[in-house]
Design a protein around this ligand. Structure first.
Ligand code: SF4
Length: 183
């Protein structure tokens, strides 16, 4: 899903010669919130809105934040994954990327799609779900009964994804792009 979104972002920005301001998504499931008798309708609505807060990456520019969230002055946005500190500094927990990082991301997506396509065409179709932060995608997967992945069976192995600092992830992506170009 994230790959589809990012591919779309890449296509649109090239077609329109535009610069990405962010790539955001949220869960379409209708949230069910528990509430106490004392809570006002406004408070309940606030809780529900919180469930719809978007995840993703936003361009590291406070002006862009405020174009996306008109009510954001300081503190955490209720809509996008960013916060603004005093003096309009970007909060440390904000999920942001610079213009250059978005360019890296766009190139890396294209590289990833090419790599996957080559693998499929060369017959590499092994079942290898990711394992990251003790999480696996199989838990809620609809295709479990078809793929029959079972870690306890011989030859079934996870693709272990290490938890790396963000800076390291950006560096690795940039390195791989350069390597592909033979730089
Ligand atoms: S159950 Fe199978 S298809 Fe689904 S995520 Fe796991 S390995 Fe992939």
């Amino acid at each position: 899903m994230q790959l589809q979104l990012l591919t779309y972002l890449d296509a649109v920005s090239k077609q329109e010669n535009a610069q990405p301001a962010g790539v955001l998504y949220f869960n379409l499931n209708e949230p069910i919130e528990s509430s106490s008798k004392n809570e006002t309708a406004e408070e309940i609505e606030k809780k529900i809105r919180k469930e719809f807060k978007m995840a993703g990456l936003v361009l590291a520019d406070v002006r862009v934040f405020r174009m996306m969230d008109k009510n954001l002055k300081q503190g955490y946005s209720e809509i996008i994954p960013v916060s603004v500190l005093k003096g309009d500094e970007i909060g440390k927990k904000s999920s942001v990327a610079t213009k250059e990082q978005f360019q890296i991301l766009q190139k890396y997506i294209i590289k990833t799609i090419k790599d996957i396509s080559k693998d499929i065409l060369s017959g590499k179709i092994e079942i290898k779900p990711y394992y990251k932060n003790k999480k696996v995608p199989c838990e809620y997967c609809k295709y479990k009964s078809i793929c029959m992945f079972d870690k306890n069976k011989f030859g079934n192995e996870y693709n272990y994804v290490p938890k790396l600092p963000k800076e390291q992830v950006w560096e690795n992506m940039e390195k791989e792009i350069k390597e592909e170009k033979g730089m």
